[in-house]
Design a protein. Structure first.
Length: 515
């Protein structure tokens, strides 16, 4: 028994080690993404003046928990982007442990628990977002913890687990508002066992859900609470338009696109295993509950979504990962268990070949994705919407680090004023985040607030006149000021012939501007 325990511990620690190595190596090789730069800047503003900025994310329709978690790490690491992404890696590390325990709780054997951990380490859906400073990974973790609490309550009613589950749910909402979509799933899991759920079961999960909602409403202590709901129209259609005015025909037409997200990032092998689990005699009920929970979380995005990116579906992935792991255990127990009567050789061989193909498909796609991310993220096999966001459009941070280095170098010998397109996001936040708590007496950075950039605003030129050099940092397709080509100091082009980030010398333009 001691030897078996030691082997189990060794394998688990080995998976943890592989996770850390593969996730921390070259963590900032992928340039900063617009949302990452915004979150880091919000964290830095809170560090500078917490009384003013503690709930600032509410103004942009974001709950603040993830931003708060970024704060201590900004002081630990010198690279601000690494510091923020380190939080995401840490979230994934905890996710490994929680999924392992959940797999065990749902009847998974030791090898099935390891499989769930391995899938969480290598699947592109997990790997991509456990290496980016985005809220979705933390949301997925808290919803997984909510499930853990519900299962504890299903086993035995406990006031402790009722309160703790409610806290997990509240923290999930404090991470990202779509956590509210989990509410119907509270009433799915009392049916996990064949035994009819009791009133106490429903009382327990209802109480936990209520506690979570109360914790969410506690955000009303901030005057900005009402702003949480003002950005919804940017990403979703109004409910009446969808249900009564036919908008559902357009939203549901996007289902094939969403399906490609799962094919690319979850892999066809894992996806097929999830649904194969519905035919498992022993694990049909937990797998059905897992898939139904995933559908509940995905449903509102599918039905009401106006602008939907793959990361919005990340909270469904813990439940699909668990479903796939349990499904594989069910298949192997039925067809390859030595304790059961022998299965027909032909069928057994066919099942074995299919499982080998599933495994090969998942391993090849996952390892190729990981290898590319670690060596050349410009060539990542992303779906079209992610490729545009992270690599090709203005939201991609290509050239930001090089621009920061240029500004730092110039500031050593003279003062420099920097104008950028936009007011927040990749520009100027992508630049500003690297100058926090550093000597910036020779540096002035300001967003112009417009794109395309047709001129430099008066508020910038008035101050920039007092600086030795003035530059404009802008994306090539948003540059609308007619400057001589020799004023182009540098440009850093994105992959796939996408627009370049450019640095233009505007010193003379600023000097000639009206006072």
């Amino acid at each position: 028994m001691k030897q078996k325990f030691s082997k189990s511990t060794l394998v688990t620690l080995f998976i943890f080690l592989i996770y850390l190595i593969t996730h921390l190596y070259n963590l900032v090789l992928l340039p900063v993404f617009a949302d990452e730069s915004i979150y880091i800047r919000w964290a830095q503003l809170i560090m500078d003046d917490w009384k003013r900025y503690l709930f600032f994310p509410l103004n942009d329709g974001k709950t603040p928990l993830f931003i708060w978690l970024l704060i201590p790490f900004q002081n630990i690491f010198s690279d601000q982007l690494f510091a923020a992404r380190f939080v995401a890696v840490g979230v994934g590390f905890i996710q490994l442990l929680v999924l392992k325990e959940l797999t065990k709780f749902l009847g998974g054997r030791q090898k099935t628990q390891w499989l769930a951990m391995i899938l969480t380490t290598i699947l592109p859906f997990w790997y991509l977002y456990h290496r980016m400073a985005l809220m979705d990974g933390l949301l997925a973790l808290f919803l997984t913890l909510v499930l853990w609490g519900i299962l504890q309550l299903r086993k035995k009613f406990s006031l402790f687990w009722t309160v703790l589950t409610g806290i997990f749910f509240g923290l999930a909402i404090w991470t990202k508002l779509p956590a509210i979509f989990f509410l119907p799933a509270f009433f799915v899991w009392p049916f996990l066992k064949n035994k009819k759920p009791s009133r106490q079961d429903f009382f327990a999960v209802s109480s936990a859900a209520f506690i979570g909602l109360v914790l969410f409403v506690a955000l009303r202590i901030s005057p900005s609470f009402g702003q949480l709901f003002h950005r919804g129209a940017d990403f979703t259609y109004p409910i009446p338009d969808v249900l009564f005015h036919g908008q559902w025909q357009q939203t549901l037409a996007n289902i094939p696109t969403y399906f490609t997200f799962f094919l690319a990032y979850l892999t066809p092998g894992v996806l097929l295993l999830c649904f194969a689990g519905l035919f498992s005699n022993r694990y049909r009920r937990p797998i059905t509950c897992l898939l139904l929970t995933a559908a509940i979380l995905a449903g509102p995005f599918v039905l009401f979504g106006k602008v939907i990116y793959p990361r919005y579906f990340l909270p469904t992935i813990p439940f699909l990962t668990l479903a796939a792991a349990l499904a594989l255990q069910g298949v192997t127990e039925r067809w390859f268990s030595v304790t059961k009567s022998p299965q027909p050789l032909l069928q057994k061989t066919a099942i074995g070949v299919l499982l080998a193909l599933f495994a090969a498909n998942t391993a090849i796609m996952s390892f190729f994705f990981m290898g590319t991310a670690l060596t050349n993220p410009d060539q990542l096999p992303l779906v079209a919407s992610d490729r545009s966001q992270y690599l090709e459009e203005w939201s991609s941070g290509h050239g930001i680090v090089q621009t920061v280095q240029y500004i730092q170098q110039q500031s050593k010998t003279h003062t420099i004023a920097v104008a950028t397109e936009g007011r927040f996001g990749t520009l100027p936040d992508g630049l500003l985040l690297y100058f926090h708590d550093r000597d910036v007496k020779n540096i002035y950075i300001e967003g112009t607030g417009e794109y395309p950039v047709k001129n430099l605003p008066d508020f910038f030129t008035k101050r920039a006149k007092n600086f030795d050099q003035s530059i404009l940092v802008v994306n090539s397709y948003r540059m609308a000021i007619n400057l001589p080509q020799q004023n182009l100091i540098a440009q850093y082009c994105r992959p796939n012939n996408a627009p370049c980030l450019q640095i233009w010398d505007t010193t003379q333009l600023v000097k000639k501007s009206n006072p």
